[in-house]
Design a protein around this ligand. Sequence first.
Ligand SMILES: O=C(O)CCC(=O)C(=O)O
Ligand SMILES: [Fe+2]
Length: 178
Amino acid sequence: MCPPGTTANVFPTNPSNIRPIMEELFTKFSETCQLLESILNDCLGLPPNFLKDYNNDRCMDILLSYRYFPATESEDNGATFHQDPTVLSPVFQDDAGGLEILINGEWILVAPIKGALVYHICDVLQVLTNNKFVSPFHQVVRPKGKSRYVFVFFYNLSGEKWVEPLPQFSKDIEELPK
Ligand SMILES: O=C(O)CCC(=O)C(=O)O
Ligand SMILES: [Fe+2]
């Protein structure tokens, strides 16, 4: 789904209230990302509202809903390992499990807590901070015997925006990620 009001958004007529529900979900995802972005801005010691002003166009944000079918005996790939090219990607998950994050060479299962929001800090922030923040490799291994249902929100920069390490973080170019 594209931002509310975009003509590309087409909803089924049944259930009749799906549009306002999805639009509210989209708006809530966007608001939480803006809040987290402002917290990260301050944690990084950036000037007030720097990230807000830099990432000030919400037209490329996207809300996706997935159903992953249960693994079969021979096949359990839900999503091959990747990093997200976004600013932030929150996942609103159920309790089926399957999302794994690569930490120190090991795939770690994200606790399958129903209703939990999992926020990935993604590629744009990794580049801006010159690897101080690291965009995690993640994958989905489909669980056996149940479907996994999630909403994923891609909090994106507008397509035209240039991304490079900020001067604050590029003085010591060989500095290891923290
Ligand atoms: O299902 C998930 O938890 C992750 C989905 C994902 O990584 C993606 O859409 O980029
Ligand atoms: Fe992803």
